[in-house]
Design a protein around this ligand. Structure first.
Ligand code: NAG
Ligand code: NAG
Ligand code: NAG
Ligand code: NAG
Ligand code: NAG
Ligand code: NAG
Ligand code: NAG
Ligand code: NAG
Ligand code: NAG
Length: 353
């Protein structure tokens, strides 16, 4: 019997189907390929085997933790369990890790003896660390800029940090978060800045994907009204005081000036009176009245020695009235000629001070 050439494609299809079936009977599927769980929870992986199998093993990282056979007999370490997905059906095995810890983060490998080989899944164990707002409750004056710092320690992975004020989300432009990671575990610091307006509950939240609710820490911001502005008050007092002083000074200067002018005119009157008297006594033109340069008007504290000296000498041979400048001159000379005169030095010192 001969096979027609037309039959070859059919035979080829039959062969491919047989081969594929044969290969499928020697394989299995591990689900899920990756699992992210919170530390402390239980996690399950399923292995669905196509074909007859005898022994299945499960590894966490490098460590063999469980062995199960086709009859459902198990050898396992504490915290690991396995069983058929549905009773009496060895085609599907469910492997569970109870109370998963951060040490178990990594790979989960299932191997079926024979020609099945092994499959690996990724296990991500998330860890919730601590969260706190440093500094606690705060009291500030209205309008003041406030800064809150929220720190998180020992989270895996790095949490998403956010803030709320009186339960309302804060615009992310108001805070900055920085974090450091070491071996996958992280610390972070978030700094929130805003202007105090009213009493506010400030809350910081940290979240990772598997947490049912974010972890949080909150503090209370008490806003008090502004105290009276002392600086303005002081400025006002100082300026009023300064103005009053200035006015007093001007009045004083005017008074002194007037007083002095009065004295001068009095003196001139006196002089003309004397001149008249002298003329009467010694006769006209015999002896002219002289200006008494030694005269110190009342209220005038000092007279430069040179003034006295110069005019004093010019009239040295004059009347007894003009003796004083000589005396002054003599004393003055003594001062300058005797530099170790402590009394004089002391006097000068006091004058400067
Ligand atoms: C995890 O497994 C343990 C042991 O079987 C069980 O007692 C516990 O309730 C399970 N926890 C969860 C969250 O399912
Ligand atoms: C099983 O879980 C307990 C409690 O978390 C833990 O102390 C123990 O180390 C775990 N055992 C194994 C073999 O991982
Ligand atoms: C694993 O098997 C159990 C039991 O049949 C099922 O409830 C669960 O959804 C399966 N998990 C996956 C990831 O397929
Ligand atoms: C957890 O396991 C995943 C998957 O293997 C890995 O990428 C990650 O780096 C591990 N993280 C830690 C903190 O070990
Ligand atoms: C902050 O203020 C709230 C409300 O007044 C109070 O209950 C809480 O104990 C205070 N916290 C601290 C750390 O002082
Ligand atoms: C946050 O602030 C920025 C800049 O101030 C603004 O453009 C943006 O619309 C704000 N977002 C929300 C949600 O209010
Ligand atoms: C956040 O950091 C950036 C860069 O350092 C800075 O320009 C910005 O003002 C900061 N924002 C806040 C709210 O601190
Ligand atoms: C996180 O903070 C703790 C306590 O301050 C410290 O011991 C640890 O080294 C820090 N880790 C990182 C990644 O900065
Ligand atoms: C803010 O809180 C403080 C203390 O709880 C309270 O004395 C004050 O009256 C509050 N101010 C306003 C404006 O509510």
């Amino acid at each position: 019997m001969t096979v027609s050439w037309k039959a070859w494609p059919d035979l080829f299809i039959i062969c491919v189907s047989l081969c594929a079936t044969g290969a499928a009977s020697q394989t299995f599927v591990l689900e899920p390929v990756s699992s992210t769980v919170l530390e402390g929870s239980n996690v399950t992986f399923n292995a669905t085997v196509v074909g007859e199998w005898q022994i299945m093993t499960w590894n966490i990282g490098e460590n063999l933790v469980l062995t199960i056979n086709y009859k459902g007999e198990i050898t396992a370490f504490k915290n690991y369990s396995a069983g058929f997905c549905s009773a009496g059906d060895s085609r599907c095995v469910a492997f569970t890790i109870h109370d998963v810890s951060r040490m178990e983060n990594g790979s989960v490998t299932c191997a079926v003896q024979g020609l099945f080989g092994s499959k690996t899944a990724d296990l991500y164990v998330q860890e919730v660390g601590t969260i706190s707002i440093t500094g606690g409750n705060m009291t500030v004056e209205v309008g003041q800029q406030v800064e809150f710092q929220c720190v998180t320690y020992g989270w895996y992975p790095t949490p998403t940090v956010s803030w709320t004020r009186d339960g309302e989300a804060v615009n992310s432009s108001l805070y900055n978060t920085t974090s450091t990671t070491d071996g996958g575990y992280s610390n972070s610091t978030s700094v929130l800045n805003f202007q105090a307006v009213r009493n506010t509950t400030v809350e910081c939240l940290a979240d990772v994907s598997t947490l049912p609710q974010p972890q949080s820490s909150s503090v209370f911001l008490v806003v008090v009204p502004l105290p009276p502005d002392w600086t303005v008050l002081i400025a006002v007092v100082v300026s009023i005081g300064g103005f009053a002083l200035l006015v007093l000074l001007i009045i004083g200067i005017i008074y002194c000036y007037k007083h002095r002018k009065e004295k001068q005119s009095n003196y001139q009157d006196e002089m003309s009176r004397r001149v008249r008297t002298q003329s009467e006594i010694s006769g006209a033109g015999q002896r002219e009245g002289q200006v008494n340069t030694g005269y110190v008007p009342e209220g005038q504290t000092s007279v430069a020695p040179s003034e006295i000296t110069d005019s004093g000498f010019s009239q040295a041979n004059g009347s007894n009235v003009l003796e004083m400048p000589d005396v002054l001159n003599g004393r003055q000379a003594e001062y300058y000629n005797d530099p170790v005169d402590l009394g004089f030095k002391k006097h000068r010192h006091v004058t400067i001070v």
